[in-house]
Design a protein. Structure first.
Length: 136
């Protein structure tokens, strides 16, 4: 688990998302969708990301900029990846979660690339909005 700076008025670490209230492991029910998302990223499949009704891109023009620029090949998430992921419920909306995943590469294993997203539970199912993919 990452350590965050302290809140000015609390002894607890400040979460990375302005409305996050507590940290958790990524819920099991989110993992298949997030794994599919990472598989599309690893395949450089921008059209697949755009077509998938469960995936929304905050940057629909070039969401894979950092992935292409990174000097290693992104691969599917291994089962170990979940122990390094962070998830936070969003205040006043228990159906929305902030998620941060480290991406993995063929050359390095766990890499400096990370994916940040919101996962929403809707009556129609899960939707993930990719906020950012970047080098930490």
């Amino acid at each position: 688990m990452r350590v965050f700076p302290k809140h000015a008025s609390h002894d607890e670490p400040a979460p990375p998302y302005p409305h996050a209230v507590s940290d958790h492991q990524v819920p099991e029910r989110f993992r298949a969708l997030l794994s599919r998302l990472v598989d599309l990223v690893a395949a450089y499949d921008i059209e697949g990301l755009r077509r998938d009704s469960q995936i929304v891109l905050a940057d629909p023009i070039d969401p894979l900029y950092w992935v292409r620029d990174y000097p290693a090949t992104v691969v599917s998430l291994p089962e170990d990846a979940w122990q390094f992921a962070d998830a936070y419920t969003v205040c006043n909306d228990a159906s929305t979660w902030y998620v941060r995943l480290d991406l993995w590469t063929a050359e390095e294993g766990r890499s400096d690339l990370s994916l940040e997203a919101e996962v929403r539970e809707t009556p129609e199912g899960l939707v993930v909005q990719v906020e950012n993919i970047h080098v930490m």
